[in-house]
Design a protein around this ligand. Structure first.
Ligand SMILES: [Fe+2]
Ligand SMILES: [Fe+2]
Length: 321
């Protein structure tokens, strides 16, 4: 999939119902407005940025909140704070920028995002090393620090892929067969892929997000208040196991070469019930109706996980088509 091989006869609108090859003009024959074909790749990148830049800002906020506030760590605190503020501003600019803006403006925004998130990746890696060596003090579990670094790597991977480059190995994303390069195709470009390419994307995304969701559930299970929030903890543990099972199922499907449709359906079903759980939890936390009125994790974390789950469900939905 190269930018240069773009075929202007293909309707670039992922919602287009009139087939993968049609002469849409400015209005798709099935009624959906089409995206300017020349801009399709950069718009696919912007769609990823709309979701992920704010999540990156929140990662920086979680780091900021998780650092021990001893005077020696003021510099780390300021760095995390700067990332949070700058990424939030960048997200605001992205939301304010129309798709009708010149390609040059959109491309500049993509480059600015890659640059900033690469800096954040380096910061996350450095912090993980220092906490592992006990040279930095925090209440951030190693697995969480690595989790947010993998999400950032995957995100930059999608932006680089929108330029035609495959830059991330499966190892960097924490999925099996580490030496293989990961596809990281932005979800708005799936309709450009061959059946084989789409299959690889499906397996990789299910492996990645099953791992990520299993870790989300694990983290929640560790941070509910002992005794008083036991039933919430038990449900989180159940989801942790279910997502781990999904990961194993994805590996089996990949080895057998059959059963992808079933896997996609099951993954969607599980993610949907996890999302329901997260939304219910968020509602109880924000209305202070959860036992003891609070949890030992910030409400924004439940909301953050909810948005990542919705994003994954959108991917599954597009892969099922
Ligand atoms: Fe995240
Ligand atoms: Fe996450």
């Amino acid at each position: 999939m190269e930018e240069a091989s773009f075929d202007s006869r293909t309707c670039p609108n992922p919602n287009c119902q009139c087939g993968t090859r049609c002469s849409c003009g400015t209005q798709c024959t099935c009624g959906y407005r089409t995206i300017d074909p020349a801009k399709e790749f950069i718009i696919a990148a912007i769609e990823e940025m709309r979701v992920w830049v704010i999540l990156m800002s929140e990662h920086a906020k979680f780091i900021r909140m998780g650092l021990d506030p001893n005077p020696l760590q003021e510099e780390f605190f300021r760095m995390a704070d700067q990332f949070a503020v700058q990424l939030e501003q960048l997200h605001h600019t992205i939301l304010q920028t129309s798709y009708n803006s010149s390609s040059q403006i959109l491309i500049q925004l993509r480059e600015q995002t890659i640059h900033k998130v690469n800096q954040l990746i380096r910061f996350k890696k450095q912090l993980l090393e220092l906490t592992q060596q006990c040279q930095a003090l925090a209440i951030l579990p190693d697995i969480l620090e690595d989790h947010i670094r993998r999400e950032a790597d995957r995100f930059v991977g999608t932006l680089e892929r929108s330029k035609g480059h495959m830059t991330k190995s499966r190892k960097q994303l924490g999925i099996p067969n580490g030496e293989v390069m990961a596809s990281t195709v932005p979800r708005f470009l799936y309709h450009r892929l061959s059946k084989e390419e789409l299959y690889k994307v499906a397996i990789e995304e299910i492996l990645f997000f099953s791992q990520v969701n299993s870790e989300h559930a694990h983290h929640l299970s560790m941070t509910f208040r002992p005794g008083v929030q036991e039933k919430y903890r038990q449900t989180a543990l159940m989801f942790q196991e279910d997502f781990a099972g999904q990961l194993a199922q994805a590996e089996e499907v990949n080895q057998a070469g059959t059963g992808i449709e079933n896997l996609l359906r099951n993954s969607y079903k599980l993610s949907s019930s996890f999302d329901q759980y997260l939304r219910g939890l968020l509602s109880e936390i924000t209305t202070c109706t959860i036992p003891t009125k609070q949890t030992n994790f910030p409400p924004l974390l439940a909301d953050h996980m909810h948005r990542e789950t919705v994003y994954y469900m959108d991917i599954l939905d597009r892969l099922k088509r």
